[in-house]
Design a protein. Structure first.
Length: 276
């Protein structure tokens, strides 16, 4: 059931990140029937259906095929006012960059697979990944922001670079401010629990990122860690910052951390320093 909840939350996040509210969803799954029993498949679909109910989104049906590895997701449609929609290309220089979920799900997932992650952190990560990004719709409807993206497979660095390039701005962030699911994430990095996707992300983002010499390898891995159902990265005008932080608290966002700011366009897309 948990797998279905996380996968559904990840799919629904795309609509919230654009300032919309999910309206309908179709479930799409591929299952190896010789390896996954019907009760497990039923549980996955039930988890996805529960997330649709939580999002007040109608689950219209779906399609299932046989597949060598289990896959499950939702094709989601939503509604957003054309003058209130959010995009990852609407940032302006001098805005605050706010993150709404802590980082580390890729590292934690690898730790779980290797049996090196504590049960407490595994439970925390699962709860965070199954949390909907509903604040995106609230912020858009109140007209408080115009630029937002969800942080998923490309990691914070990859999505921030897309935001900067699309908006023709650069960003300065403090790696010491990046929120973690737990300090244990650093222990997992030290033990080598960095997934291949995160390593590829770091390789991809390095040409567009200037890392200060003081930035550690662990901080670079956190910057590039591939997230599953991560939070929102929001570019917030200074005059709306207080209202945005209040709205995030009101909507029970997992966190509301200012990690840096946007600047005028410079040579690199992102400049990472650390105050640690």
């Amino acid at each position: 059931m948990l797998y279905g909840r996380i996968a559904a939350a990840n799919a629904l996040s795309d609509v919230y990140a654009m300032g919309g509210r999910p309206i309908t969803a179709l479930a799409i799954a591929g299952m190896p029937s010789d390896l996954v029993d019907n009760d497990t498949i039923r549980s996955i679909f039930q988890g996805g259906a529960e997330m649709c109910m939580e999002a007040q989104c109608s689950l219209l049906g779906g399609h299932t095929i046989k597949n060598p590895e289990p896959i499950y997701g939702l094709a989601v449609t939503g509604l957003v006012h054309p003058e209130r929609h959010l995009a990852n290309a609407h940032a302006k220089p001098g805005e605050h960059l706010v993150l709404t979920k802590p980082l580390g799900s890729g590292i934690v997932s690898t730790g779980i697979k290797r049996g090196e992650c504590s049960p407490e952190l595994a439970a925390t990560a699962s709860e965070l990944m199954a949390t909907l990004n509903t604040p995106g719709a609230i912020l858009a409807e109140r007209g408080l922001v115009h630029c937002c993206t969800d942080v998923t497979g490309f990691g914070l660095g990859g999505h921030l670079i897309e935001l900067c390039n699309g908006s023709q701005v650069s960003a300065e962030i403090d790696a010491a401010l990046l929120p973690l699911m737990s300090p244990e994430v650093l222990d997992l990095i030290a033990s080598g629990c960095v997934p291949g996707g995160s390593k590829k992300n770091l390789s991809h983002t390095e040409p567009y990122t200037h890392f200060a010499e003081s930035v550690s390898e662990s901080e670079k891995n956190i910057y590039a860690d591939a997230q599953t159902s991560g939070g929102l990265l929001i570019s917030v005008p200074d005059e709306n910052l207080t209202a945005v932080l209040e709205a995030l608290e009101e909507s029970s966002a997992p966190c509301a951390v200012i990690i840096g700011k946007t600047t005028e366009r410079r040579e690199k897309s992102v400049y990472v320093t650390t105050s640690a």
